[in-house]
Design a protein around this ligand. Sequence first.
Ligand code: NAP
Length: 491
Amino acid sequence: MSSQIIPVEPFDYVVFGGSGDLAERKLLPALYHRDRDGQLPLESRIIGASRTQITDEDYRAFARQALTDHVGAAALEDEAVERFLGRLHYRDVDARSDHGWNELRGLLDDGGQDRIRAFYLAVSPAIFGDIATRISEMGLANSKTRLVVEKPVGRDLASANDLNDVLGRHFREDQIFRIDHYLGKETVQNLMALRFANALYEPIWNSTHIDHVQITVAESVGLEGRVTYYDKAGALRDMVQNHILQLLCLVALEPPSSMTADALRDEKLKVLRALEPITAGNVEQTTVRGQYRAGASSGGAVKGYVDDLEGSSDTETFVAIKAEIGNWRWAGVPFYLRTGKRLTQRMSEIVVTFRSIPHSIFDASAGAVAQNQLVIRLQPDEGIRQWLMIKDPGPGGMRLRHVPLDMTFASSFRTRNPDAYERLLMDVIRGNQTLFMRRDEVEAAWRWVDPILKAWEERAVKPQGYTSGTWGPSGSIALIERDGRTWHEPE
Ligand code: NAP
């Protein structure tokens, strides 16, 4: 079975930061896949823009290399590659001066005024505002303009508001696409299908039946060159404020009345607003900060954070949080969140653990009755597994076993699992904002995160060291074990 291709209207995609890492590893490969699958109209163009002075031909050579490096050999077909490269153009444009803007406008005007113009800001957030302003003031926008903004949107509520104000001065909210690529992941979409296309789960999706939820976003890598940005941000701002809170929202939201953008985002907003505050009074009981020390990763010895940084720092590279949602559905159900760098393995998953059975009819020889768990794996090996108790097959009496019911979709349907960016880049063209963050959601997330940052400062909460290649500091284990629970060990 192959997935359905819904053609989109002709467009010009301008990728600011077209020569950067994100464009090379994600955006160009994603657009290639959509083109190869026949989704891009013939006249659609992709225009790289950044300060480096190169020609269209140079940019095509850069893109060819990007495809060679980041698209699997099986998907590289000569005809498709040449067609894709033929769509590419490049203009050297400086976000902070007038350089190159007239030339970019001229190129866009060649495509006519009716064509969708999407501007993807794959650049440092420091110049999001400059670019948005110049697009508008230099006359590059038309009636079908969309603006895609990468994370992070601000470093606290005040700076997020400043940025959103600048964007809002030039673009309507329905033109602004704040991307969180976690929302475009196939498994996250499937979480919505599981919850709202089945009668099975929703009646038990509440504190009566669910014991707790864990959300882990673990990286095995360290700083990877993002030194300046990361040391100013830290794990809470870099991962929790956006990716992890978005995942929490999708687990916890009430059924929206439809999958339209505002219906879904209204429900996510209610979850964010219902998060119990973490302040100086409870920050030490509900959060753990960590920072990696030297250790081993992927089999090799690695340095600690301060050595990678070549300086001293109190920035956290790990955070664990016990979050609670103050509403009828979730009261008393902890959401344990954790994320970090240089952990044992790269892995993102949501684990929903159901309550224990109220009474066991089996005697001790049957073995323990484990709690049912729904494990939603985002990466690697996207998929969903429902862990159930069954009888060990065969004669020999009643012995119980905890086994996974595998709902790994890619293998069931024999389709390639598309990267999240493929879906999201096309949603922008379709004007569908369902999987993008609305301004008030970003603000609500900062309203919860800011007091944690402030409380860490007030209570002088320093990061605890953890050895690279482990699952984080001992405080993280204590955080969950105090409640008589343990972190889910990946299979
Ligand atoms: P990057 O590799 O440093 O690329 C930055 C790009 O911006 C380069 O193409 C650079 O080209 C261009 N640029 C810098 N100053 C400019 C200016 N004044 N005018 C025009 N262009 C300018 O960064 P990145 O890793 O691709 O990240 C880009 C954005 O995506 C950031 O907001 C980041 O947080 C976000 N993001 C990245 C990833 C990822 O995997 N890389 C993942 C999630 C989010 P020139 O030097 O030639 O101008």
